[in-house]
Design a protein around this ligand. Structure first.
Ligand code: DGL
Length: 267
């Protein structure tokens, strides 16, 4: 059990922002990363589609790779499918990713927080419940970023900057100077991969909140509770698979998860 890998999946390379934190927290673990690029973007599709893809990926990771835990490294898939995944695999520790509204409330001084995520995440009932529980503590400005995950996937700088500018226009009336929005939540795992674009848009006075580290710590806690952590003398390895071009994923993994032995498998 302890030597089995942890499965991690996303609609594409965005989940590498979570895997980077997992790898830092759990350097002895083996990981299998599944990028569903052939079916992306998830964020502009309906729940049923994302649920079907999430179940198919979890099944492949469980049956072919014998994973000991699953990290849903995608806000959109967590919102649409995590309850279904937990019901289907009741004995598998499963960790999801949700926009970090609670940490943002703890950080904000002005009480104004911008949240960027996909349309599907922002329209989900899971997000509505999270938002409703905190709406009395801060004002949240919710902004879907259509096309942005795809632009990041393609590493298309012009499209990335155009999509980021939509955010600036949308939050414009609230501003990001003193007394206005002081916290920005990146609620899609693709968005931290262009952290520098957000930093340039909002300036140094705005906190930028991501979810990789809390997700990694929660995964470590669940594995420790199940007595399933890899031994401290093991060297973690990474297997890559997915439904898109293997070279694209390999290059992204080399960029975001350096210094790990990596194998790419055709899926
Ligand atoms: N990276 C995903 C998320 O966290 C979704 C991107 C997409 O496929 O739309 O929401």
């Amino acid at each position: 059990m302890t030597h089995r890998p942890i499965g991690v999946f996303d609609s594409g390379i965005g989940g590498l922002s979570i895997l980077r934190a997992l790898r830092a927290e759990l350097p002895h673990e083996h990981f299998v990363y599944f990028a569903d690029t052939g079916h992306a973007p998830y964020g502009e599709r309906g729940d049923a589609y994302v649920q079907a893809r999430s179940l198919a990926i979890a099944q492949q990771l469980a049956l072919q790779h014998h994973i000991k835990a699953l990290v849903v490294a995608c806000n959109t898939a967590t919102a649409a499918a995590i309850d279904l995944l937990r019901a289907t695999y009741p004995n598998l520790p499963i960790v999801g990713v949700e926009p970090a509204l609670k940490p943002a409330v703890a950080l904000t001084r002005t009480g104004r927080i911008a949240v960027l995520a996909t349309r599907t995440t922002l329209h989900s009932s899971r997000f509505a419940a999270l938002h409703a529980g905190l709406a009395h503590q801060a004002q949240f400005i919710l902004q879907p970023c259509d096309g942005l995950a795809e632009a990041i996937e393609q590493d298309d700088t012009t499209k990335i900057i155009a999509a980021a500018a939509v955010f600036t226009r949308a939050v414009g009336p609230f501003g990001t100077k003193t007394g206005e929005i002081d916290t920005l939540v990146l609620g899609c795992t693709h968005y931290p991969l262009v952290h520098e674009v957000w930093a340039a848009q909002v300036g140094p006075q705005v906190h930028i909140v991501e979810t990789g580290e809390p997700v990694a710590r929660q995964t470590a806690r669940l594995l420790a509770a199940a007595d399933a952590l890899a031994p401290a003398d093991a060297t973690g390895q990474l297997k890559l698979l997915g439904t898109g071009p293997a070279g694209h994923l390999q290059a992204a993994a080399a960029r975001w998860i350096p210094a790990i032995a990596t194998t790419t498998i055709a899926s």
